[in-house]
Design a protein around this ligand. Structure first.
Ligand SMILES: *Cc1c(COP(=O)(O)O)cnc(C)c1O
Length: 493
């Protein structure tokens, strides 16, 4: 099983090298040369397994250089007592024609844990296999969820350090508290004066700084990133689509072999793409419902074949989907077209003109597997409140977007087959918006918001969020944009 780039399919490398590199030298993204099928027999086996066993079986198909013992150690470290639910990614089904796949039971209460609890272990093993002797420092600019999930994933992993920059005006109260209280001997968190773009541009400049790289190299360190273009982040996400299907069958929500739908709140297109890969491996799925917020560039793309990022950027109450460039879409374009020159041309147009139009044939293939819709903040809040009052299930704002678009899909198509709504965050992570959706005009701020939502919902906040107030603030430093390099230097040299 070798890996090729979406922009150069003539050259192939092993899994460990693809994970070590993250991005291909030609700017493309790595993909396995072909997909492995899961047979009906294997699906039967998967039904009887726990999440860790399912993960080892499925990920192992794409990681031939990793021994069974290594895979065992990866899944045991990634999916254990760091999760507050023994099923890891439980499916909640209480009758009716929809179920929730809850991906927020990890240490940071959002779905990025599903991959970022795995990546550090895959990465350190990959580095060893590639003969790398230096330590790796993960450098992240975050607008919220990714930074915290990466911190939790890399905290105290031997041979690694992690440094996270977040914009001083640009993360929620809960998100900031989560980061500045981070534990671990190898972590550092620092605020940057400005917005997300300032932090992001600062990090990009550091990655491009050859002199700094040389200096760090002399001290035995090199920089790497943990963003969702790494195959090591995509692969663990394929697992929960198989796992969800098995659980749906086990709970009587679907009949073995029956095609179901998945509704996915989408930003960078990583989560939903992992589902599509599962379908290519034989998982019985009809449609993937791609749900966006007011940043509806993907809705337009799937409906018209034109990707156009030349539009206003909206700050919404589902901030993890506030994205105008969905990087992982490039992988879908390649996997369907199998044409690296065609994909390179699209990506070139995206950089040059902010826009590209795919061929009619490619668009038709995409439309077979995906339905797309979006909703704005007002509709998101209304949906959140409606589901709460109809069924007593409290969704977060991202999940509410998916629920709303699923309803729209059903009305538009009449397809009421079983649908799994991919639940990407705990409502306690977005207390202020959730309270406001439920008609509470929250006058309190910070940790007190969590208490308000607990009282209103009659549930307890997940332990990692509930305990935030009592934790010491370890990282209160902030810097100007042009001082970010100095932070890197003092952390690593
Ligand atoms: C990151 C994130 C998403 C979007 O997932 P993609 O893989 O980027 O499409 C949706 N919801 C939440 C809560 C997230 O953190």
């Amino acid at each position: 099983m070798n890996y090729i780039s979406t922009r150069n399919s003539r050259e192939s490398i092993g899994a460990a090298q693809a994970i070590t590199r993250g991005l291909a030298p030609d700017g493309g993204l790595y993909l396995p040369e072909h997909f492995v099928s899961i047979t009906a027999d294997e699906l039967g086996q998967l039904r009887k397994m726990n999440y860790r066993e399912r993960a080892a079986l499925i990920m192992g198909k794409y990681l031939p250089e990793f021994s069974d013992t290594e895979l065992q150690s990866v899944v045991n470290a990634a999916y254990g007592s760091n999760y507050d639910n023994a099923d890891i990614a439980p499916v909640l089904y209480e009758g009716g024609d929809a179920a929730f796949l809850e991906l927020f039971h990890g240490p940071t209460c959002a779905f990025k844990d599903m991959a970022l609890q795995v990546l550090p272990h895959l990465l350190t093993l990959s580095l060893k296999k590639c003969g790398e002797e230096r330590g790796v420092c993960i450098l992240v600019a975050t607008s919220g969820d990714t930074g915290k999930a990466a911190l939790e994933g890399f905290a105290d992993v031997p041979g690694t350090k992690i440094l996270v920059f977040y914009p001083q005006d640009g993360v929620s109260d809960v998100q900031r508290m989560q980061m500045i209280t981070q534990e671990g001997a190898n972590v550092c968190v620092c605020a940057v004066k400005g917005n997300f773009d300032d932090a992001q541009n600062g990090v990009k400049a550091i990655f491009g700084d050859q002199a700094l790289a040389k200096e760090l190299d002399a001290h035995g360190w090199f920089l790497s990133s943990a963003n969702s273009i790494n195959w090591g982040r995509l692969l663990p996400q394929v697992v929960y689509y198989f796992s969800a299907y098995c659980d749906c069958v086990n709970k009587g929500f679907a009949v073995l072999g029956e095609k179901i739908n998945f509704a996915v709140p989408t930003g960078n297109f990583g989560n939903i793409l992992a589902g599509w890969i599962a379908k290519q491996m034989g998982l019985p799925v009809n449609k993937f419902i791609c749900a966006s917020n007011a940043n509806n560039v993907l809705t337009d793309f799937i409906n018209t074949g034109v990707y156009d990022r030349n539009r206003a950027f909206h700050t919404t109450i589902s901030p993890s989907m506030d994205i105008l460039i969905s990087s992982n879409l490039e992988r879908l374009l390649f996997m369907i077209s199998r044409d690296d020159a065609e994909v390179s041309a699209y990506m070139h147009n995206l950089v040059e003109h902010g826009r590209y139009e795919v061929s009619a044939a490619l668009h038709a293939r995409i439309a077979e597997d995906f339905y797309a819709g979006f909703c704005d903040d007002v509709e998101t809040k209304r949906e959140l409140a409606a589901v709460w009052s109809e069924s007593g299930y409290l969704m977060d704002t991202h999940t509410a977007v998916a629920h709303k678009v699923m309803r729209e899909y059903r009305t538009a198509t009449g397809d009421f087959s079983p649908c799994v709504i991919v639940s990407t965050a705990s409502p306690y992570k977005f207390c202020e918006s959730v309270l406001s959706a439920l008609g509470e005009d929250a006058k309190v701020r910070g940790p007190a918001l969590i208490g308000r939502l607990e009282a209103l919902a009659g549930t307890n906040a997940p332990a990692p969020l509930g305990g935030l107030e009592a934790k010491p603030n370890r990282f209160t430093e902030w810097v100007q944009k042009d001082e970010m390099r100095d932070v890197v230097r003092s952390f690593l040299t």
